[in-house]
Design a protein around this ligand. Structure first.
Ligand code: G1P
Length: 297
């Protein structure tokens, strides 16, 4: 029987410069969609997929992120006294069992592959998941859970994938497909951030991965790739050259690029509209905004 994947790496060392000045003093993973920080969405998705060990690759200035998962006894007592059970429930989702969460430090920004490699000792010889918190995915069944189901059939390496406009390939890892089976594709090559004229397809990697420990070994070589950084994409592609399977998985769901301001705003609107307690008021407001814009044109 295949061993279940129970460890996930969350690379959260990035400086978040696209969200300055906000990110001058708070990590971008703490920026909130409605009332929950980005990191909470990632953790919830990992939990739903059966992850038990959460490994954060952090850097300087990320202490707010570490504190976020601590218990807050004073706050809990005060909410309990006031009978605020709903808020207590909301708070509970941030609690982590002692020992379930680990932080390792990336002391220099050397790329996503390097960040993942920083967690190698905690991963050992097991398959593992990687979640990029910038990619928020709204889905009936959480994306990583969909991927775990696919992985239980295929084994090997699976990356989340999505068709993107051809002129956007240089923002993504892009898949070269050898066999298209619908939601699963067999991959024969992967290129990090190719220009549109050399991109092998427009099927892009989105920030969810299930990887074999061999990918971690490939990262040991610390080969520089696109942008002079150590790329996770290259370490996965090396597995194809080694004759090991790599699949792309077209997930069911809507992905928001919360690493960009436009994507973050879109996610805010979509998540706001999806909330029963906000929907009506928010819909009215958006309607008014549109009407005002039309009137001004
Ligand atoms: C990273 C990966 C890239 C992937 C993307 C998905 O790039 O390197 O392969 O397509 O995430 O969001 P980044 O967005 O960190 O530049």
């Amino acid at each position: 029987m295949k061993r279940k994947v129970t460890k996930a790496i969350f690379p959260v060392a990035g400086l978040g410069t696209r969200f300055l000045p906000a990110t001058k003093s708070i990590p971008k993973e703490i920026l909130t969609l409605v009332d929950r920080p980005l990191i909470q969405y990632a953790i919830d998705e990992a939990r739903a997929a059966g992850i038990k060990e959460f490994i954060f690759v952090t850097s300087r200035g990320k202490s707010a992120l570490e504190d976020y998962f601590d218990d807050a006894p004073e706050l809990e007592t005060s909410l309990r006294k006031k009978g605020k059970t709903e808020l207590l429930e909301a708070l509970k989702t941030t609690n982590m069992d002692s020992g379930a969460i680990a932080y390792v430090r990336q002391n220099r920004p050397m790329g996503l592959g390097h960040a993942v490699w920083c967690a190698r000792r905690l991963i050992g010889n097991e398959s593992f998941a990687v979640i990029l918190t910038d990619d928020v995915i709204a889905a009936e069944k959480p994306c990583l859970e969909q991927m775990m189901e696919a992985h239980s059939e295929t084994g090997g390496n699976i990356v989340a994938a999505m068709e993107v406009p051809h002129d956007k390939t240089s923002s993504y890892g892009v898949l070269d497909i050898s066999e298209d089976m619908g939601s699963l594709v067999r991959v024969k090559g992967m290129v990090e951030k190719p220009a549109p004229d050399v991109a092998p397809s427009n099927l892009a990697v989105i920030g969810r991965y299930i990887l074999t420990p061999k990918v971690m070994q490939n990262l040991n070589k610390k080969k520089e790739g696109a942008g002079g950084e150590i790329q996770l994409t290259d370490a996965i592609a090396e597995e194809i050259d080694n004759g090991n399977p790599v699949y792309g998985f077209r997930f069911r769901g809507q992905r928001y690029d919360c690493g960009s301001k436009a994507g973050f705003l879109q996610a805010t609107v979509a998540f706001g509209l999806a909330r029963p307690d906000l929907r009506d008021e928010f819909t009215d407001f958006l309607g008014d905004m549109m009407a005002m814009r039309d009137a001004a044109e």
